[in-house]
Design a protein around this ligand. Structure first.
Ligand code: SF4
Length: 223
């Protein structure tokens, strides 16, 4: 870990001693992982992202996250890839725009499973790396997280803004240092479709999955 990065000392809500961190991908969770380690907060990573399509892309993103969790010696929980439930959950919302209703359903599903696992395994505090990305609506994510945590007594979703105080920039620095895989669309088949359509309109080629890595052949950091 790069010990030259200056960080604030984080304090968990209610002084909770352990945290379940829902992770969407290695680039976003890398910054959260390093921030949590620097503040001596005990945590495990919960990888539950049945939205990611196709399976090959899912495996690449997951394996990058496992690689870094192993490097940092952080427990990694590999949850279901229950895609049929995900497609059922977003049925009728196939053409909703990003940051719209489909994304709310997608976050709800991922956080509900995170909260359930937390409840069954003695965690009172959950959060997610999803809030770090500048492509996401931070308030939408926090709303979904808070709603999921409310399903269980005494559970809290930590609404900390991981982007502030340089978190967004550090995400790119860490991603380059670790040469993480750089995904080029949010994750689901509909975001893949819409991103490709936008690229074609701009005269760019379609996304080539599995090709880009930060610090190796990265571009504008489109995650
Ligand atoms: S665009 Fe992203 S957040 Fe929205 S439904 Fe697709 S995968 Fe989920």
């Amino acid at each position: 870990m790069n010990t030259t990065i200056k960080r604030e000392q984080l304090e968990t809500p209610n002084g909770e001693k352990k945290l379940l961190l829902h992770s969407c991908c290695a680039p976003c969770s890398g910054e959260l992982m390093e921030a949590l380690v620097a503040s001596n907060i005990q945590f495990s990573i919960f990888f539950y992202n049945p939205n990611i399509h196709p399976k090959h892309e899912y495996e690449i993103r997951k394996n990058e996250n496992i690689r870094y969790a192993q490097k940092m010696n952080i427990p990694f929980i590999d949850a279901d890839y229950d895609t049929s439930n995900w497609f059922a959950r977003v049925k009728g919302l196939e053409f909703a725009p990003e940051k719209g209703e489909r994304c709310t359903a997608c976050f709800d599903m991922r956080f509900e499973r995170t909260a359930l696992f937390a409840h069954e395994n003695g965690y009172k505090l959950i959060t997610s790396s999803l809030g770090l990305s500048r492509w996401k609506d931070f308030n939408q994510i926090n709303g979904c997280g808070v709603r999921a945590a409310k399903r269980y007594p005494d559970m809290v979703y930590w609404t900390y803004n991981w982007r502030k105080k340089g978190g967004g920039d550090r995400m790119y620095d860490i991603s380059k240092r670790e040469e993480f895989y750089q995904q080029e669309y949010c994750g689901c088949v509909y975001s893949l479709r819409d991103t490709n359509l936008a690229r074609i309109k701009k005269g760019q080629g379609r996304i080539e999955m599995g090709q880009k890595f930060y610090g190796v052949n990265d571009g504008n950091g489109a995650i």
